[in-house]
Design a protein around this ligand. Structure first.
Ligand code: DGT
Ligand code: CA
Ligand code: CA
Ligand code: ZN
Length: 576
């Protein structure tokens, strides 16, 4: 079991103890340990393998927790945790996922109304049984119903893109080693860089069809990460991975690779339109090729498919029957869309000055390796108490450190003084003008007060955008995919206010955020907005998220010129 798994077990033990009303210190010890383990830079599996005594050096991990870590690493389970869980009604802990419901409420609902799961909680709320309980009223009852609805809409099984991508890449790497496999490519929503992924689609061509098919399919079903093989056919197979993601495999002949890749990349609406176009030209397009009567006239490459229906190549990101086919027919070519290699800087990241895991110098190191020319250090302002945000004293210390580092790193990278300043309830910013005016980059973002009405929220955000010091509006809706709903406001008005006030819109590349969405990226572009693509990194490895933001930008038809952090430092300074 890895650090993340161990942290989850500790968190769950803490929650169960809390629901049981066990003393505060024990509850707290588990919760703290969960956080400590989650934030460790070292892999506990390695520590236990090497020398378990080293666990003593980790602060907050006493003898009992140490033994549990060893047990979890070695057996993947913890006896006490399993026993506690079996004494809990199934469904009780799932209620922890509801916004605004914690151990205290769960205990209350259970002891007073024998509520053991979300379904029963919903029934009780609908019958107005909750409002009579201690510290509960009409309003809190409504909040619970809202939270249940919100949670329900997330219980779909779409996957976060970076999890799907990692699984797909490992699978492809494994398949490459199979004798007989010629070309291999993942297709579907993943190749289109859609924000969430239903299942992974993998396409393979084989050297000698007929002979190799069976061998390739067998090899596919022998992958070590498979939980269950769902289907095995002559040219296809489907499995479920241990991570809970479904994977479809199709095996085609070499001469059909382009046609099959086009078909399985989709999306479906785009495919249907292409087939209609072909029909009008007296042709037939399917996953095996382009046909005139019985005769194949192409299909080895995707270009051949597009060419047959009178289109230039359409990048996968654009394929959603959202105007790309009409545009291609009319213009015969597309603009050159932004690419990952165009990015010259990251303008949103965190260090240990707030809730980041790494120092400023470590962050600088990773950006130098990427070949960036500059980056903005943008820790949180102080209202974000839980994140250890900076007050005016800390931010001045940070400036001193940045100045020193800029001397030390001269010629390698330049660090801009920035801040992710919170938008307060009334639309003012969480730092005085005196601080704001000394910053190179001011990112504004709303992390709190997300339950205001639609009108109030719109007004609040516009007020913040109109602040003369505001430069970039970060992750506007605040959503966390599969976890937290979007904040509601008039997005088009917000985009217009950004254009008027020369505030750039951020495409946040964190795969759980991907906020702005492609739909609004495209709308904002037509309204004349400028963009930045940021990772919002809280640790060194998050800096690799940039590709997901670039995917969203391409889905929103952005070119290099639309995106400010493709500029070199001098050009970027001019924009500032
Ligand atoms: P997902 O998996 O829900 O994230 O989305 P996709 O686009 O990967 O969809 P998936 O896995 O069901 O199918 C992969 C591709 O196969 C899809 O993008 C287009 C093609 N496809 C699937 N079903 C149909 C269909 O009924 N008609 C046509 N024309 N194409 C289809
Ligand atoms: Ca798929
Ligand atoms: Ca599929
Ligand atoms: Zn941030």
């Amino acid at each position: 079991m890895d650090n993340k798994g161990i942290a989850a077990v500790f968190e769950e033990i803490g929650n169960m103890l809390d629901i049981n009303g066990v003393d505060f210190f024990r509850v707290n010890a588990y919760r703290k340990a969960a956080r400590t383990v989650e934030n460790l830079a070292i892999d506990l599996r390695q520590v236990v393998d090497r020398n378990p005594q080293e666990l003593d050096k980790i602060p907050g991990i006493g003898k009992v927790l140490k033994e549990k870590i060893i047990e979890l690493v070695q057996t993947g389970k913890c006896k006490e945790h399993e026993e506690m869980k079996s004494s809990f009604p199934p469904g009780l802990l799932e209620m922890m996922n509801l916004r605004g419901v914690g151990p205290k409420k769960i205990k209350l609902f259970f002891s007073e109304l024998k509520i053991t799961n979300i379904k029963k909680l919903k029934e009780a709320a609908e019958k107005h049984q909750l409002r009579g309980l201690e510290k509960m009223g009409e309003k809190s009852e409504e909040e619970i119903l809202k939270a249940i609805e919100e949670y329900g809409s997330f219980s779909s099984t779409r996957h976060i893109i970076d999890e799907a991508l990692q699984e797909a890449e490992s699978y492809v790497e494994y398949m490459r080693k199979c004798d007989g496999v010629q070309q291999i490519q993942y297709a579907g929503s993943l190749r289109r860089w859609q924000e969430t992924i239903g299942d992974i689609d993998i396409l393979v061509t084989v050297k000698d069809p007929g002979k190799s098919h069976e061998k390739v399919i067998k090899y596919f079903t022998e992958y070590s990460e498979i939980l269950k093989v769902v289907a095995v056919g002559e040219t296809r197979s489907a499995v479920i991975l241990k991570k809970g993601i479904n994977v479809d495999l199709r095996v085609v002949a070499e001469e059909s690779f382009g046609a099959a890749l086009h078909y399985f990349t989709g999306d479906k609406n785009h495919n249907v339109k292409i087939r209609d176009l072909a029909k009008k030209k007296g042709l037939k397009v399917n996953e095996y090729g382009v046909f005139k009567g019985e005769k194949s006239i192409g299909g080895k490459t995707e270009e051949e498919i597009f060419k047959a229906v009178g289109l230039p190549f359409i990048i996968p990101e654009l394929r959603k029957n959202d105007g790309e086919i009409e545009y291609g027919l009319e213009h015969k070519s597309f603009p050159k869309f932004i690419e990952l290699s165009d990015i010259k800087a990251d303008l949103h990241c965190h260090s240990t000055y707030s809730d980041g895991k790494n120092s400023i110098e470590e962050m600088a190191g990773v950006f130098i390796k990427k070949g960036y020319q500059y980056f903005a250090m943008t820790d949180h302002s102080s209202i974000m108490g839980v994140t250890g945000g900076m007050g005016s004293k800390e931010i001045k210390q940070q400036w001193e450190e940045i100045e020193k580092l800029n001397k030390k790193l001269k010629g390698k990278i330049h660090i801009l003084k920035g801040c992710e300043v919170d938008i307060l309830k009334n639309g003012e910013l969480d730092f005085s003008d005196d601080i704001l005016k000394q910053l190179d980059v001011v990112i504004i973002s709303a992390h709190m007060f997300n339950r205001m009405t639609y009108e109030e929220q719109t007004k609040r955000l516009i007020a913040a955008i109109e602040n003369p010091y505001s430069m970039i509006l970060a992750h506007p809706t605040g959503r966390l995919i599969n976890k937290r709903a979007e904040m509601e406001f008039d997005m088009e008005k917000i985009i217009e206010a950004c254009v008027q006030n020369k505030v750039a819109l951020e495409i946040n590349s964190n795969p759980s955020r991907l906020d702005l969405t492609d739909k609004y990226v495209r709308i904002a572009k037509t309204k004349g907005a400028k963009f930045v693509i940021d990772t919002d990194s809280h640790a060194l490895d998050h800096t690799g998220f940039m590709k997901f933001g670039v995917g969203i930008a391409r889905r929103g038809w952005l070119t290099k010129d639309d995106v400010l952090n493709t500029r070199n430092l001098a050009q970027f300074d001019t924009w500032l």
